[in-house]
Design a protein around this ligand. Structure first.
Ligand SMILES: Nc1ncnc2c1ncn2[C@@H]1O[C@H](COP(=O)(O)OP(=O)(O)OP(=O)(O)O)[C@@H](O)[C@H]1O
Ligand SMILES: [Mg+2]
Length: 185
């Protein structure tokens, strides 16, 4: 089973949206020297009680009422463990939730990152106006995308206005390409 990492990110952020977060922070760190990739997602939603937290990475545990399986987090954990990595969750009721997955960067079973620009634009367009902060570090280089800053730049123009999502996608793609360029030192 090989799922793009961006789909896991979307899935975890969907949980944050359901938990009524107002800000979702996504931190990606690629370190070639340490041979590691980490994906950390932090929200300020309603969090989980001890009971939910203790079961959350079991496949089939869910508090959903529409269907009886909850696979999002357990699949993410399986993807991490398939590369000798780990998945850790911290959560506090009324405070929020932190999920951190680590992967071995050169592992043959590491799924591709996938389409980050599409993922971020889908998240940015959420209809609850939840802000998204994305930070992606590749060794010494860093790219950031912050919907709070974009709201400031756009003033009263909504994210759904003509051309805005296209502009966001190009901005993200260019930023990610730049940090992955060979360091020219
Ligand atoms: N960020 C979060 N804040 C609060 N509760 C969460 C959060 N993430 C997960 N949970 C709780 O953990 C449960 C399991 O999450 P998981 O993503 O694995 O499955 P699901 O969301 O229930 O179903 P699926 O992801 O398959 O649609 C959720 O039902 C929810 O109760
Ligand atoms: Mg889920």
């Amino acid at each position: 089973m090989m799922e793009e990492l961006s789909l896991h990110i979307l899935d975890v952020c969907q949980n944050s949206i359901n938990a009524n977060a107002s800000l979702i922070q996504i931190f990606i760190v690629e370190n070639t020297e340490k041979n590691s990739l980490s994906i950390e997602i932090i929200d300020d939603g309603h969090g989980m009680n001890e009971e939910t937290l203790s079961h959350v990475s079991d496949p089939f545990y869910t508090t959903r009422t529409t269907r009886k399986v909850g696979l999002g987090i357990s699949l993410f954990k399986m993807s991490a463990e398939a590369t000798n990595g780990t998945l850790k969750i911290e959560s506090k009721e009324q405070i929020g939730t932190k999920i951190k997955a680590t992967f071995e960067l050169d592992h043959i079973d590491l799924a591709p990152l996938g389409d980050i620009e599409d993922t971020l634009v889908i998240l940015a367009l959420n209809d609850k106006f939840i802000d998204i902060f994305y930070s992606h570090q590749y060794n010494e280089n860093r790219f950031e995308f912050d919907t709070r800053k974009i709201r400031e730049i756009l003033e009263d123009t909504p994210f759904t206005a003509h051309g805005v999502t296209q502009w966001m996608k190009e901005y993200i793609r260019e930023g990610l390409n730049n940090i992955h360029k060979e360091e020219t030192k």
